[in-house]
Design a protein around this ligand. Sequence first.
Ligand code: 5GP
Ligand code: MG
Ligand code: MG
Length: 184
Amino acid sequence: MAIQIKNKSFETLIEYSMIEKRTRLIGIEINVDYEDKQPVFVGVLNGAFMFMADLMKEVKIPCEATFVKFASYHGGLKSSGQVTEHLALDIDLAGRHVIVVEDIVDTGQTLKHFLQQLTQLNPASVAIASLLVKPKALEVDLPAIDYVGFEIGNEFVVGYGLDYEGLGRNLCDIYRLNGEAEES
Ligand code: 5GP
Ligand code: MG
Ligand code: MG
């Protein structure tokens, strides 16, 4: 399906039914990997709010949740490479098993920045769950992403938490920018 947000046209890339299925499987993996570990899920706002909610509904072991907020896009279609922090951690992560929940890993700048901060807090372990990963866009060295929803190409996507200029986060499906309409 094609949709319009502001002057851009987008088409369906991943339907919600696929996201649901994948999220359920990741939840099952986490239930096994973290049994007796009482992990802390740390969602990276804004984009990860929907994935975090759906993923946590599949987690059946005792766990905690909190959020941090970074921004690197500042509104447009490309990451600025400049990561700014807007909300700080409110749980002591020393000795804890942390699962960072991301909407998407693009250049990897945001995650690299956050992982460096996390290391200084001496957690027992750190894993990463990202709904989407753009392997071809990666610009920095990152540890392997432990739980990946879907790998996608180097394209701009919206929906399911992800925005274009603030809009589209509420969409259930994920859409990609339609190249042909870009010139308009
Ligand atoms: P990175 O630091 O890895 O370049 O990107 C981090 C953040 O940029 C993501 O968490 C997400 O909020 C935003 N971002 C990256 N790629 C996309 C995309 O294709 N669409 C949207 N809407 N945001 C993106
Ligand atoms: Mg994000
Ligand atoms: Mg954004």
